[in-house]
Each structure stands twice: as structure tokens, then as C-alpha cells.
Design a protein around this ligand. Structure first.
Ligand SMILES: [Zn+2]
Length: 679
């Protein structure tokens, strides 16, 4: 179940092929400020991103198994190689292993045994296919759908069902019924009228048909089945909210009791669904998108039993494809990676398997990562930096001229309520009940998924666990959670070149300091500001202050709307506003914190740059990246973050401190004539 997280720092397109393709025994080092990554022939005041990242982009072409490549993706790839080394060791039957190490080692071994997986073909999903085939009427759908949801964890099967904190009372966990049911990455793919979107829909249908052929259907049959899938998904897409609409939490909050839920979908028996899910007595639900459920019910009434079966078969095989034999893996790659994102090659098997251990037994693997790659000194320093940046935010709020004292009091309470989580969870998840076998890859995935589905539902009605993390420790990313009111920095992101204790403060405050400020600011962006200190959806702003806030945000929206992503596609800055505000506010706060704690009277330039210049170059160098043109199109529709170039240039252009550091003059591109500033 998707949580309502402020989008993580970036949408990761993880893994990659730049490092040598062998397991790593230790993580490689590169500095937080790398002059080789720069292009000093470019003018810092004309295009600072090119100046700070031009060298990196030139020396780091996108690997053939990647849709995009970036400093973060490269770190994530290094981590994957390092985890590969760990898992390779633990996969050996002869190794001395704790029970948990045995689980992740055997999971990895089963995944790596491609011969065994290929020998099974589609057999592992036959029981589920049979249960779909044996349905006698649509009335039998609820328990079958529950079983498919619990064992695949896939929201592509009509809808998503799970648990989350109640928006109105964050201390309570209630059931959430969300929208879903699509195969393409966003509802807009189904509704957009342009030629490129029509081509993607055509290619998608051809892919769906080929998957039915792999399941044994004839080609004409498969073609008509693909039409059925498209017709049903289109109906669900039309009834789904856009990503911009989903930024308003009020649009996603509709609490009903069991009777109210049933009234939404007369054709779908919720008591049968909930009973099969093991939560038959629930009586409090948030239906995030009621109109979607109305459309779902209409679909069940309007479609034949045979067509509903066709839809279920497609989504089952789609969700299971990564765990089946090569033809299923290859066909899925061809459409979802090659056609949709322009990626030439499939990721090597080891990389896919490392990713699956991380996804399915993530804290068991994360514990091994932390033991080897994350010491208490880093944790301590990162916490200290976080506290300094929170102090900078407090000073900023106290001196803000546009906010009245009543709202300020609430803002400060919210700031003081934020929990700082650094590195890894205080207690590790216990996976001991998950049976892992060396000869049953798909079974392992299903049992691990079932464990997670049950764990999510078991939270309902229990006290909230504030120590829980939504990312695994090796993840190279960070997030703010408005309902937990916490900021989270996994061990994987507190590593060089992002966080580098071998170097001076300036680039570290620009880079990781900027990230900490970014996550903190999310608590006060267009979405986060609607939640209070306790994580409840509750308006704590006076009308006048809210209007002043919106005026400042509009400046950012207008600024980013002018930037081009690819061809004629501009940034959808209503979608990216939260991230753009966080980037700007984050760097401003990091600057203030850095200046407040640095005591060198006249610090000497290093590597040829003043400390102020180093702060900004350090900031820019986290964002160096390249994306394939096809991937840029997916990015434009689905990613709430602006491309790296504008996450750098858009921010520095608003900071007079930058213009001063690089002696930029009014009228130059990196000097916004009317600078935006929210925090
Ligand atoms: Zn963010």
C-alpha cells in the first residue's frame, strides 16, 4: 500500500552497469567535491549545472541496462555490487550462517538458479491461473482477488488494499482502499490524445497480446484479449485522480464504515474479500478515491465473466513475470524498459536478484549492510548536522516577516515535533516465519509478499510503531513522512560522494546539508503544511498566512513552468512544486546552518575554490545526471521532481549568496531578476 510520503528525494531508477561487473568487497570512494566532474570552460553564471556537472556527464555515459544515470544511481549501483558480495558469500551452503543470513543467502541462491527457474516455465503461477479459470460467476471474485492481492502485493489487480495512518488521527491505523488496476505507469497514458501516447498504447496492447500467447493462447485470441484489457483499464484510468489532484490530501480522504464501503460497490462483496484477507471484522476504511470504486463496480456489472478473467490473467502474469522463465522476463523488458524508457539491455540477473532480496527481506539484508558500511561516527555527525539545520529553520520561522505569530507558534510546534531518523531502524524486522527454500524462487517471493501483506493488515487497530522505516538501510534516497512527522536518511545515502567526512564542511553542507534541509522543508510544502505537529490533517494556518504562502509558492510554480524537459514538454510545475520548494528551502537552510557553525576567520581556498563556491559546487554535484529521451517523457508524466539541471539552476538563481560567490551580474541567466523565496 502506498503511503502518503512526500516523494522521496528523487525517483530512483536504480542499479546500473558502470562499476566492474563483479561483487565488491568494499564501497569505492569518490570525493564530495570532484573537480574532474566539472566543466570549467562553461560559465558558472550562465549554466551552473553544466559548470559543476559537465565533466561528470561526459565521463559517465548511461549504462546499457539503465534508463537514466546519475550520481545517486551510480552510488546505488555501487551498493548493489557490495550487497552482491555479501549475498554471494551467504548463498554458499558451506558458509557459517545465522538463521537470518541463511534466509537471505538461500533466497538469493534460488533467484540466481536460472536453469531451475527456466525449467519450471509458467508452472509456478498455474494454481493461481486455475483459480481464475474456475470462477463460475463474478460473485466469486472477492476471495480470489484477495488471494491475488495478498500473494502478489500488486495494485494492478483492480485496486490497492492495505493499511495506513488515519489522516484525521495519525495515532490510529485504519484500512485504506486505493485506486489501481492499470498496467501503464500513469492514468494519463490512457487519456492523452497526442501521437506519442497513441503509439505507446498500441505497443502496450501488442505486448499484452504477446504475454497471452506465452500463456498458451492463440494469436487472434490474444489480440482480442488485449483489446479487453485496454478497454477495462481505460475505464479505470478515466475514473482515477491525476497526480496533481493527488497532491491534495483532502481529495484522498473519505472515511466510511463497512456499510458505507459496501454501498459504493453493490456488485463486489467486501465481507467475502475481507474475510479471505483475515480482517473480516474491520469497520473503518479510508476510500481514497470513491469515484474510482464506482467505476470499478460499473465495470463488474458491464463486463462478462470471461472478460474479467482475461483482465485478471493479464495482471497476474504481469505481476509474476520477473519470477518466471526467460520468455516472460524478456517480453516484459522489451515493452516496459526498451519501448517505454529506451533502455537497450536487460539488467544482469545478479542485479535483479539483489534488488529482490532488498524488496522482500530488506531489513535482513540491510542489517548486513549496516554492520559493514555504517559506523556510529557517521551517524553522530549526520545527526549533528540535522540539528543545526533544524535550528536554522527555527531562526528562519522566528524572523519571518510574512507570517503572523499565531501561525508561527504552530509552525514551531511542528518543527519541534519532527523525529530525526538516521541510518537504520532501532529494531530489526523479524522474518523468521517466512519459509525460504533454495529450490522454490517464486514460492519464496510469494511467501515473503504474503508475510508483508499480513504484516500491513495486522497493524490495524494496534498502537503506531514510530520506529518503522519506509526505506531499507542500503537505499540511496531520503524522505519526509507527513503523518509520522519524521525525516529519514538511510545508511545508503550517508556515504561518499554525497556525504564525505574526508572533506571540509562547505561541500558537505551544500550536498547532504541541502538534502536534510530539503526533507525538513517538505513538512512545510504545499502538501506537508496541511498536516500538524502530530501528523494530523488539520489546518493550522490563518487565512492570511496561507494566502501569503501561496503567493510565494506561485513564484516557484511560474519559474519552473518555463523550463523544458524534452522536445516541447515543459515541467508540470503544479506537480513538482513541493519538490521545487523543498530544493530551494533546503539549500537556504543548509547555507544558514553552515555559516552559523563555521568558525574559520579567513578560510583558504581549496582545489581552487572559495568555501562559498565549494558549498554550491558540492550542492550541484549530487544532481549530475543523464536521462534517455524516452525516459524523460516518462519522467515528465510521473515524477514529482524536476530534472537535475533545474534542481540546480532553478535553486541557485534564487540565491543572492550564489551570485555573490561567483560574481554573477544582474541580467545573467543564473540571476533570477525576481528571486523566489518561501523559507
Ligand atoms: Zn523531496
Amino acid at each position: 500500500m502506498k503511503r502518503l510520503l512526500a516523494a522521496p528525494l528523487l525517483a530512483l531508477i536504480s542499479g546500473g552497469g558502470a562499476a566492474a561487473d563483479e561483487p565488491l568487497r568494499e564501497l569505492p570512494y569518490s570525493p564530495v567535491l570532484d573537480t574532474r566532474s566539472m566543466d570549467t570552460s562553461a560559465d558558472a553564471c550562465s549554466d551552473f549545472y553544466q559548470y559543476a556537472c559537465g565533466g561528470w556527464i561526459g565521463r559517465n555515459p548511461i549504462p546499457s541496462d539503465q534508463a537514466a544515470w546519475s550520481v545517486y544511481a551510480k552510488m546505488s549501483d555501487d551498493n548493489a555490487h557490495f550487497l552482491w558480495g555479501i549475498l554471494d558469500g551467504l548463498a554458499a551452503k558451506t558458509a557459517v550462517r545465522s538463521p537470518t543470513q541463511q534466509q537471505i543467502g538461500d533466497f538469493f541462491a534460488a533467484c540466481m538458479d536460472e536453469t531451475a527457474v527456466n525449467g519450471l516455465g509458467m508452472n509456478p503461477i498455474r494454481p493461481s491461473l486455475d483459480s481464475i479459470e474456475n470462477m463460475k460467476s463474478i460473485a466469486e471474485l472477492p476471495p480470489i482477488l484477495s488471494h491475488l492481492h495478498m500473494s502478489t502485493g500488486d495494485g494492478g489487480l483492480f485496486f490497492e488494499f492495505g493499511s495506513n495512518q488515519d489522516f484525521a488521527d495519525s495515532s490510529q491505523i485504519i484500512a485504506f482502499a486505493g485506486a489501481g488496476g492499470l498496467g501503464l505507469p500513469d492514468r494519463d497514458y490512457y487519456t492523452k490524445k497526442d501521437d506519442k501516447s497513441a503509439t505507446i498504447r498500441r505497443e502496450y496492447k501488442a505486448h499484452v497480446a504477446r504475454m497471452f500467447v506465452l500463456l498458451g493462447d492463440t494469436e487472434p485470441q490474444a489480440k482480442s484479449e488485449a483489446d479487453t484489457v485496454m478497454r477495462m483499464e481505460l475505464a479505470l484510468a478515466k475514473a482515477s485522480l491525476t497526480r496533481v489532484e493527488q497532491r491534495d490530501p483532502h481529495k484522498l480522504f473519505h472515511k466510511v464504515d463497512a456499510r458505507g464501503l459496501q454501498a459504493l460497490t453493490p456488485t463486489f462483496d467486501w465481507s467475502a474479500y475481507l474475510h479471505e484477507s483475515g480482517v473480516g471484522s474491520l469497520n473503518s476504511f479510508n476510500v481514497t478515491e470513491p469515484a474510482f470504486y464506482t467505476a470499478f463496480d460499473a465495470l463488474l456489472r458491464g463486463e462478462s465473466l470471461a472478460d474479467v478473467k482475461t483482465y485478471l490473467r493479464w495482471h497476474l502474469v504481469h505481476a509474476s513475470a520477473p519470477y518466471l522463465s526467460t520468455p516472460f522476463v524478456e517480453e516484459t523488458f522489451q515493452f516496459f524498459r526498451k519501448t517505454l524508457r529506451g533502455v537497450p539491455e536487460l539488467k544482469p540477473r545478479w542485479k535483479r536478484c539483489v534488488g529482490l532480496v532488498d524488496a522482500d527481506l530488506g531489513e535482513a539484508l540491510g542489517r548486513e549492510f549496516v554492520l559493514r558500511a555504517f559506523g556510529p561516527a557517521v551517524k553522530q555527525r549526520a545527526l549533528q548536522m540535522t540539528l543545526q539545520i533544524e535550528q536554522a529553520m527555527q531562526d528562519d520561522l522566528e524572523h519571518l516577516t510574512w507570517m503572523t505569530p499565531a501561525t508561527k507558534r504552530n509552525a514551531l510546534a511542528k518543527l519541534h515535533g519532527i523525529a530525526n531518523k538516521i541510518g537504520y531502524p532501532e529494531t530489526w524486522r523479524d522474518y523468521s516465519s517466512v519459509q525460504i527454500r533454495r529450490d522454490d524462487f517464486l514460492g519464496n517471493v510469494q511467501r515473503a509478499t504474503l508475510f508483508e501483506s499480513r504484516r500491513q493488515l495486522a497493524k490495524i487497530g494496534k498502537p503506531l510503531d514510530r520506529n518503522e522505516w519506509a526505506m531499507t538501510p542500503p537505499t540511496v534516497n531520503a524522505y519526509y513522512d507527513p503523518q509520522m512527522n519524521d525525516i529519514n536518511f538511510p545508511a545508503g545515502v550517508l556515504q561518499p560522494p554525497i556525504y564525505d567526512l574526508k572533506m571540509d564542511d562547505a561541500p558537505n553542507y551544500g550536498d547532504t546539508g541541502g538534502t536534510i534541509g530539503h526533507e525538513l522543508t517538505h513538512g512545510f510544502d504545499d502538501e506537508g503544511r496541511q498536516f500538524d505537529a502530530r501528523g494530523n490533517l488539520h489546518d493550522w494556518w490563518t487565512k492570511g498566512d496561507a494566502a501569503e504562502f501561496s503567493k510565494r509558492v506561485q513564484c516557484v510554480i511560474d519559474q519552473y513552468a518555463a523550463y523544458t524537459i524534452v522536445d516541447d514538454i515543459k515541467i508540470n510545475s503544479k506537480l513538482t512544486q513541493g519538490e521545487d520548494i523543498a530544493d530551494l528551502g533546503g539549500l537556504v537552510l543548509a547555507w544558514v546552518a553552515w555559516k552559523a557553525q563555521t568558525h574559520e576567520a579567513e578560510p583558504a581556498p581549496r582545489q581552487g575554490f572559495t568555501p562559498e563556491q565549494r558549498f554550491f559546487i558540492g550542492y550541484a554535484q549530487w544532481a549530475c545526471e543523464s536521462e534517455r529521451p524516452a525516459q524523460l517523457r516518462v519522467h515528465a508524466l510521473t515524477d514529482p521532481h524536476s530534472p537535475g539541471k533545474y534542481r540546480v539552476n532553478g535553486v541557485v538563481a534564487n540565491m543572492p549568496e550564489f551570485a555573490k560567490a561567483f560574481s554573477c551580474k544582474a541580467g545573467q541567466p543564473m540571476v533570477n531578476p525576481k528571486p523566489c523565496r518561501v523559507w
